[in-house]
Design a protein around this ligand. Structure first.
Ligand code: BGC
Length: 469
């Protein structure tokens, strides 16, 4: 088929595929973001104690950790598509069950189910998108996942504000907030039926012809020779390491595992979710703002987060990933360090304005670097045979880091007598520590095909092995 013909038949399809493929991100953002506004309402309506409501919040994170860990091995065995379909069903059940929950036990079970779905989507989607994308656009297309996360968070903030105190059709506001997640969940469900299987997974299980068909659909700009070439590269890479499992992950893929876990832990330890989940509390406790102004500040930050991630999709394929990570860590570290000093030196009213500006700069730094790149990297640094299980470990580390920050942030804030300079000073230190980690342990993947990245990793592992002997 000629290039032009190829383009006309398939160009719309390929873009739609990437957007639907990234929908799990929207649910990830929504289901984690919605609780900031819904939790005080649930607490009151279901007569929960403080520890019960905290458990409703963290149940998602526990579920996510378990979901992320279990899904990868299964997706290496049964394919990315089937597992995406299963997680969409979990999203639907979780959304409906939490919206209809009559008591504490049901809402906790619903939130754990949602967590399983979020965790699965967070491990599956980066690998799936990386395997579908052509190398020249892989960074931008994978950044779609993070863009969807930020859109989901923003949608959650808007649902919080939109439904608050509106008991439509006699149904409580918080139930409407939680039910909103049903719509994107349904979209993912339908999407996962029509999405193609990953062409790389198809090669792995010997379905070469189908892989050829999917690649043709995904690469409207490629000539048939280019498609044949890509197919050959994938086949060669697959024959290099055929066996895949946890043992291979800890031996040949160990450098990738160290990089993935480190990047994911740092992505959380720089404190992003103290802002995403707790910003209203920070302004209420720390600066005595009213609840409604505090909520609007968080919407503003949600908008900055989303718009900056659009910038990220534009620049992602233009710069080396490591440079962006180092730059982002520096911007976050400096803005948080200044924020910390200001909150210990000037009066609280003036400090509040500077704090808002510095948090916006910090969010910008995160959104164009660590936000998307952490997820981009776990989709691309593992060899094909262990990509699913590798992404699982990386993603689980992210949820673990998230759990630690979310559980301890308010306690640490109280320890510093509600001065945000305390916890944000700690996050500044983690931002600076992330720089040497990136320089030493993270491989550069920008502009390389997944097969090239795999070759370099295997070369590195072999050399190390020889040196050790
Ligand atoms: C992180 C989430 C965070 C979000 C904020 C993601 O990359 O993994 O924990 O809430 O970015 O935009």
């Amino acid at each position: 088929m000629s290039k032009q013909q190829n383009k006309n038949t398939h160009s719309l399809n390929s873009n739609v595929i990437f957007v639907i493929g990234a929908l799990g991100g929207l649910l990830f953002g929504f289901d984690t973001g919605i609780i900031s506004g819904a939790s005080p309402l649930i607490e009151k309506a279901l007569h929960l104690t403080i520890s019960e409501i905290s458990f409703v919040t963290s149940a998602v994170l526990i579920g996510s950790c378990v979901g992320a860990l279990t899904i990868g091995g299964l997706s290496d065995k049964y394919g990315r598509k089937l597992l995406l379909f299963i997680s969409s069903i979990l999203f639907i059940i979780g959304a409906l069950m939490s919206a209809f929950a009559p008591n504490f036990v049901v809402i906790v079970i619903a939130r754990i189910i949602l967590g399983l779905a979020v965790g699965s989507a967070s491990a599956l989607t980066p690998a799936y998108l990386a395997e579908l994308a052509p190398k020249e656009r892989r960074g931008s297309l994978e950044t779609l996942f993070q863009l969807m996360i930020t859109a989901g968070i923003l949608l959650a903030y808007m649902a919080n504000i939109g439904f608050l105190h509106h008991n439509i059709a006699g149904w409580a506001d918080w139930r409407w907030m939680l039910a909103t997640a049903f719509i994107p969940a349904l979209a993912l469900f339908i999407g996962s039926i029509i999405l193609p299987e990953s062409p790389r997974f198809l090669i792995r299980v010997g379905r070469v012809e189908e892989s050829h068909k999917v690649l043709t659909q995904l690469r409207p700009d490629y000539t048939s020779e280019q498609i044949e070439g890509e197919l050959r590269d994938i086949q060669n890479a697959d024959s290099e390491v055929h066996k895949g499992g946890v043992k291979e992950l800890f031996t040949i893929a160990r450098p990738a595992l160290v990089a993935a876990i480190g990047i994911m832990l740092f992505q959380q330890l720089v404190g992003i979710n103290s802002v995403i989940y707790y910003l209203p509390q920070v302004f209420i406790e720390g600066f005595h703002f009213s609840a409604s102004s505090a909520i609007w500040i968080s919407v503003g930050i949600g908008v900055v987060n989303f718009l900056s991630t659009i910038v990220a999709t534009i620049i992602m394929d233009k710069f080396p990933r490591k440079k962006l990570l180092i730059w982002g860590a520096f911007v976050m570290g400096v803005s948080l360090a200044i924020l910390s000093v200001i909150n210990y030196t000037i009066n609280i009213e003036t400090a509040a304005t500077y704090t808002i500006i510095l948090i916006a700069i910090y969010i910008f730094g995160f959104a164009v670097s660590w936000g998307p790149i952490a997820w981009v990297l776990i989709g691309e640094i593992f060899p094909l045979s262990v990509r699913g299980v590798g992404s699982s470990f990386g993603s689980a580390a992210n949820w673990l880091g998230n759990f630690i920050v979310t559980q301890f942030f308010l306690i640490i804030l109280a320890l510093f007598h509600n001065n945000v300079g305390g916890p944000f000073g700690i996050f500044a230190i983690f931002s600076f520590l992330a720089i040497p980690f990136v320089m030493r342990f993270v491989p550069e993947t920008h502009g390389k095909s997944l097969e090239q990245i795999q070759d370099e990793l295997l070369e590195g592992s072999k050399t190390k092995h020889k040196d050790a002997k």
